[in-house]
Design a protein around this ligand. Structure first.
Ligand code: LAC
Ligand code: ZN
Length: 459
């Protein structure tokens, strides 16, 4: 490998390459908690053709290459588990154009999601996908993982907004796939295939996104319940009653305890809560819609009081700040955690949460659940105190995956399979389906140098 790396380094001479200790350590970690995997070097191309040059060089010298954005991923997708090159897309960070008349925009992959959202909102447009990491994550990373967030309930996930891609294959070849129009059915849906391919089939160097008109009015409220059973039931009541809020987020008792005293006073006896957000063409409309949804959510008399309605932007921000704090506050309880993102049929949510808690109870681990309840997408977190508890944690995670699939769900709704869930894929998918996907991977990447060691179970 050393000889090959030395030759590769010479081939990349004209590009920005770093291999100092601090950089390698920084690119050896992400938000998955999966550990440290150091690359041998990190390359920072600035153009599509430089990305092509990196891929070509890695292919020529047979060195593994792992694409990376902001390192905010939750499944270890950007960890260079076989060493080699970390290919950072951060320097490709320009919004190339926003076309209000066509409701589209074209961006480079290193643009920070929040920067893009603000830019389009300034001209009256709206880009809905909103992972919790919006302030740091990149659109390229969102495309790689097909990221979602609270607003997915009404507006869908990243894949629903990607119209076209400029895509560099592991060979260095560049494809322009998809389109720049809203509709279009020519050929196979390669955009659909590449979005969510977790950096295993190539990298986006340009992304054309669909936009929507910005809804003028937004209203948010927090509804409290004695336990997750009532809260999960309320979610079903809202959806069956014809309500479609843009967000319907759940926090269980552990999550509430973790964030209480940090900006919101939860009512006493509150063992679970829902954050509800609606939008619409006017304040009156949004208020009426919030009222309708809140009534549906309280229809079985289980809600504790009328709920806390955010009366202005500041109060709304305070509710969402609480929601954003959940992940790190849970980690702080024991020092370490694994955050899952399973999805179950919405009618099975209460049962799923209770069974996940039971898994923790049986193994002596604390399990918390919060997340995108409107989608049945649950962030079940297994909290633990250190490496010595890892064998127990691994058992808990596998049990959670088995319960999820048993209930008719899927092992990942937004974070991807990556490294941390690769051994669980076979719980959900048939061997024939996994084999077929492996063949597809080898067709695109015959040397298996692009992001090796991800997505598929170890042989
Ligand atoms: C969230 C991340 C973990 O929703 O997906 O908080
Ligand atoms: Zn989430």
């Amino acid at each position: 490998m050393n000889e090959r790396l030395a030759r590769l380094r010479r081939a990349l001479e004209s590009l920005e390459v770093k291999d100092d200790r601090a950089t390698l350590a920084a690119y050896g970690r992400d938000e998955s908690g999966a550990g440290e995997f150091l690359p041998a070097l990190v390359v920072f191309p600035r153009t599509s053709s430089e990305v092509q040059a990196v891929m070509r060089a890695c292919s020529t010298h047979d060195v593994p290459v792992t694409p990376v954005g902001a390192r905010s991923g939750k499944s270890g997708g950007a960890l260079p588990v076989r060493g080699g090159v970390s290919l950072s897309l951060e320097r490709l960070d320009r919004i190339l154009e926003v076309r209000p008349a066509d409701l589209i925009a074209t961006v480079q992959p290193g643009v920070i999601l929040e920067t893009f959202q603000k830019a389009v909102e300034e001209v009256g447009l709206f880009y809905p996908p909103d992972p919790n990491s919006a302030a740091v994550c990149t659109l390229g990373g969102n495309v790689a993982e097909n990221a979602g967030g609270p607003r997915a309930l009404k507006y869908g996930v990243t894949r629903d907004y990607v119209l076209g891609l400029e895509w560099v294959l592991p060979s260095g070849e560049l494809l322009k796939v998809g389109r720049r129009t809203l509709k279009g059915v020519a050929g196979y849906d390669l955009v659909g295939l590449f979005v969510g391919s977790e950096g295993t089939l190539g990298v986006a160097t340009e992304i054309t996104l669909k936009l929507l008109p910005r809804p003028p009015a937004v209203m948010t409220a927090l509804l409290a319940y004695p336990s997750v059973v009532e809260a999960a039931d309320a979610v079903s009541q809202v959806l069956m009653g014809g309500g479609l809020p843009r967000c319907l987020e759940l926090l269980d008792d552990v999550a509430i305890a973790a964030v209480s005293g940090r900006g919101i006073d939860f009512p006493s006896g509150c063992g679970a809560c829902l954050i509800v957000e609606v939008d619409g063409p006017s304040e009156e409309f949004a208020l009426a819609e919030l009222d309708r949804v809140s009534r549906l959510a309280a229809s079985r008399g289980a809600a504790l009081g009328p709920g806390i309605v955010a009366m202005d932007r500041d109060q709304r921000e305070r509710l969402w700040a609480i929601r954003r704090l959940v992940s790190e506050s849970l980690r702080a309880i024991k020092g370490f955690k694994f955050s899952e993102d399973v999805v179950v049929p919405r009618s099975r949510m209460a049962e799923a949460i209770a069974r996940f808690k039971g898994v923790g109870h049986d193994l002596g681990l604390l399990v918390a659940t919060y997340g995108h309840a409107g989608d049945g997408n649950l962030h079940t977190n297994v909290l633990y105190g250190g490496e010595h508890e890892r064998p127990l944690v691994d058992r808990a995670l596998e049990a959670i995956m088995r319960i999820t699939v048993d209930l008719g769900g899927t092992i990942t709704g937004e974070h991807g399979v990556g490294l941390t869930k690769r051994q669980f894929l076979s719980i959900e998918q048939q061997k024939a389906v996994i084999d077929w996907q492996r063949r597809l991977k080898v067709f695109v990447d015959p040397q298996v140098i692009l992001n090796p060691g991800k997505m598929f179970p170890e042989d």
